[in-house]
Design a protein around this ligand. Sequence first.
Ligand SMILES: Cc1cc2nc3c(=O)[nH]c(=O)nc-3n(C[C@H](O)[C@H](O)[C@H](O)COP(=O)(O)O)c2cc1C
Length: 255
Amino acid sequence: MAFRSLAIMPNHWQQRHKLPSKINRMSLTSTGVARSKKVAYKGGGSGALKDPEALIRMTEAVVKAVDLPVTVKTRTGWDHETRIIVQLARELESIGIKALTVHGRTRAQMYKGEADWDIIGQVKQAVDIPVIGNGDIKCGDDVRRAFDDYQVDAVMIGRAAIGKPWLFREVKNSLTGEAADAGLSYHERLDAIKAHYLDSVAYKQDERIATLEMRKHFSAYFKGFPGAGKMRAALMQASSVKEVMSVFAALQQTA
Ligand SMILES: Cc1cc2nc3c(=O)[nH]c(=O)nc-3n(C[C@H](O)[C@H](O)[C@H](O)COP(=O)(O)O)c2cc1C
């Protein structure tokens, strides 16, 4: 399955996105979660939550314009006082979206505080379309709670997978009750990180840019990695495949 994401941008959004003609065999997801000020204060991304009528109008236009299932991902509201998500969900359902993902925070919260799963549960009760719950899912138990206590149809995992992409396997094993996942060994982790890095280099076709962009991932991957403080610092300085590979070679010697 493939997804194409469209951040809601009221200003000239139709011209910018030239919607229907090129999109096929894809589901279209319009997101109202973007937290960037530049986007949100122009009424785009989560800023659309400030003007729910416009959000509905634009989403309806998308639904009518494309011959594809349209889904929406959004937050619970602009701020604590305007948590409109339950009513918004009903309206989005009535204009024909096929599924709704709710990040259980307001725009004002950014990523602070806890995601409000009670309100995600209320959304699930309010509509018949599939509801995907999002916010603070970090392990199999969190997923089980989301299914059992809030009856969502699926969950979406964000930050917990950064630096730990094998989390999805752990969650799956936890849910299916397969043998407890022992996690990745030191060398398996190194191999996974290296594969991610080399894929990025191949994808970017520019080793310097790929290496610089990987720094945030290296930082996440090596958080708490046994004895990797010095190596992590070396990776933060590296700007070529050769330099990165020499750090990996040193890491592979130690264990
Ligand atoms: C670095 C980063 C980039 C993100 N980019 C997007 C994006 O492009 N579109 C989107 O809908 N949400 C985006 N999000 C929000 C996440 O999808 C998710 O809603 C949010 O992180 C809450 O889930 P979590 O608690 O599992 O991280 C991003 C989050 C982070 C941390």
